[in-house]
Design a protein around this ligand. Sequence first.
Ligand SMILES: CSC[C@H]1O[C@@H](n2cnc3c(O)ncnc32)[C@H](O)[C@@H]1O
Ligand SMILES: [Zn+2]
Length: 417
Amino acid sequence: MSILIKNVLLDESIMDVLIQGENIAAIGPELNTEAATVIDGTDKAIVPSLINSHTHAAMTLLRGYADDMELHTWLNDHIWPMEHKLTRDDVYWGTRLACLEMIKTGTTFFCDMYWHMPAVIQAVEEMGLRAMLSSAFIDFGDPKKADKFKQRTTDFFNRQNTTSNRIQFALGPHAIYTVSRDSLVWLADFARERNLLVHIHLSETSREVDDCVAAHGRSPVRYLRDLGFLGPHVLAAHAIWLDDEEMDILAEHDVKIAHLPTSNLKLSSGSFPYRRLSSRGVCIGLGTDGCSSNNNLDMFEEMKFAALARKGLTGNPTAMPAADAWNCATANGARIFNLNGGRIAVGKIADCLLLDLNHPQLVPNYNLVSNIVYSANGDCVDTTICAGQILMHGRTVQGEQEIIREFKSRIAALLQR
Ligand SMILES: CSC[C@H]1O[C@@H](n2cnc3c(O)ncnc32)[C@H](O)[C@@H]1O
Ligand SMILES: [Zn+2]
């Protein structure tokens, strides 16, 4: 399968871009070649598609279900009781709706952590996206639950769960307050033996830090370091409440971070120390978190919130320039998940977007990155391509109506339980 995109804006120039198979095969001012599909790129810009570094996709099922409260009340009193009722089919349709929303807003890769993993895998396979899927682990300090999750994790990684090369798997210990010390050590060893990424919520609230100091005599980052948990394969979601030494520890261990500005603002979790981490060389990706703490999956909004929150919370308008927000959502995400993408160049994976340069929010076009971060939203995406497959063209995604219909019927059934 080949796609030729003619006369498209790439950086400052009008180019033709040829996609062959899953990769970008050629770029030039006028490519003299044939292709199975030809797209007119006039008045479109080609950019890399967006990388959502941390989400819980099926939480589309809980969009708007519990708002305007802090994390622990939100989780304990509202989200977890409701998640208890979710079936495999709920998660399947919740993830399909999430994938639809991501395709429509220009995201082609997401890092997920959720329940009912086979349902998530099936949804991602069918929707054509790429994903890193983290197998959830929560034992609440109960040895019986710990044994069950260890067995479930071992079985999961001993099976072939997919034949798709678009899907990778990670370990997903939820957080230090929901996973016992023994299990964290077990997971650290398991990750090293099998060369897996470990994805964990970390230092999200001041309460998490206070509770950790009370229980373990040290802060969350020091606790994980002392357990031998930290390393370049660790992805920490949030990482807000850090002192200088903890930032040094994260940098020394080359821990990766998913920054989740909307979730942090909505749950009033705290202010992310972007400059102090990035100046230490820590690789920071951007994510939405789930749809109950955001409440959507639009990474364009996320870039804007990231840049604006930094300025508002620090009083410094240079705190996170547009180019930094863009890099977090593209090249940094590619580095975290080991994707040969994050930019448009020959040999890179064909994960890209065509933005509609006639969309009112993209005119005039003095600076495309400025427009993308501060003006655009997901509606400015005309075409979404992942692994050389066109998932949306002219804002049409195949099967969209069926997904919305089935999703709504799952919600009706869920409310009867
Ligand atoms: C183990 S599956 C993932 C688990 O995480 C919950 N969750 C969603 N958002 C957050 C957050 O910001 N901090 C901590 N936990 C969160 C989600 O509801 C699932 O139960
Ligand atoms: Zn989360």
